[in-house]
Ligand binder design. Sequence first.
Ligand SMILES: [Zn+2]
Length: 219
Amino acid sequence: MPCDGLRLAAAQMRIDDDFLPEIGHLDLAVLDAAADVVYFLDAGLRLRGYNSAWEAFALANDGAEVLQRYGLGCCVVDASPALLQAIYRAEYLSALGSKEPVERDFQCSSPSEFRLYHQTVYPLPEKHGLMLTNHLLVAGPHPEPPMGFSSAYLNAGGVVVQCSHCRKLRFQSTPERWDWVPSAVEHPLADISHGLCAYCLEHYYPEPHAGDDEPRPTS
Ligand SMILES: [Zn+2]
């Protein structure tokens, strides 16, 4: 019976019970078995459900603590770097009212592996929420040599500046230089601020066309 199937899949997927009617038209068992991360946001951009791949990714990368800190009901935009929150919020809200999926690539590398993902944001019916999927496009060695951390990455205030996308650190005496420093990803520093390196700024947020009113971050 479809209803029994829905309950079984929901028990595996972690979905708020009151959000089930918004996604009852989807095959949740298939989504739960997907290798891609799949998760759902309501119209307030709060996390309302996620599949097993989301949980496995979180546990492998950030541990159980992140599942508690960013559990069901949290606003996922608030978990993003502050520099990008306005961008993501505008993108997701625009997808809510769209009939077409919104797509973009993003990096989420680990200390030992370069990883590039493709995210697709699907609007749910009646503007009641979004389904997001993250598909791994590239996984392999980092394209640049790893650098060791040193005081060369500290600014005058003792703060490190990290690119919000590729997670490289700004080399303070040559501000246009950004280095891959895996130890800073493995053990995030207490005094850190976020920016965007020149490559990521141009690649992910190219100069808007005339008339565009989407927010654009600065480096
Ligand atoms: Zn970057």
